[in-house]
Ligand binder design. Structure first.
Ligand code: 5GP
Length: 130
């Protein structure tokens, strides 16, 4: 069965898209640690990051780098934190999180955002993506 993230890539489930190319897709996390928390995924469904080929892994990191640069330009923060967990959704995803404190990386402090705020954030990050 297709993962929830594959359904997002296919447009079967809505998302706040930030960036996309043939192989990768970036969108806002629906339950963000901080405003701008973005997930970057390979379109190819793989459960664990280190089961990707070296080339797929390098491609994911390259795309994540570009998204992180856009994020850092868009959202006020100390830096962009990066984390890979995958215990909830078995489809490889890189968390890119604008952080100012360690608590922002702990997946406990959550930020409530309105639909309008998600739309605004996604479009501003997308505008800075090169
Ligand atoms: P992990 O698998 O790394 O533990 O966490 C999965 C992440 O995916 C969580 O931060 C969660 O908020 C996010 N997530 C789960 N389902 C959805 C969804 O349907 N849409 C979006 N945008 N994010 C999701």
């Amino acid at each position: 069965m297709a993962s929830i993230f594959t359904k997002i890539v296919n447009g079967e489930i809505p998302s706040y898209k930030v960036a996309e190319n043939d192989d990768f897709f970036a969108f806002l996390d629906i339950n963000p640690n901080a405003a701008g928390h973005t997930l970057v995924i390979p379109k190819k469904e793989e459960n664990k990051i280190f089961d990707l080929s070296k080339e797929e892994y390098a491609g994911l990191m390259d795309f994540s780098y570009r998204v992180a640069k856009a994020l850092e330009k868009t959202v006020a923060c100390e830096r962009i934190g990066m984390s890979v967990i995958g215990l909830e959704v078995p489809h490889v995803h890189v968390h890119l999180i604008p952080i100012s404190t360690m608590a922002d990386m702990q997946f406990m402090k959550k930020q409530q955002l309105s639909n309008e705020e998600f739309i605004d954030l996604a479009s501003r990050i997308a505008a800075n993506f090169i």
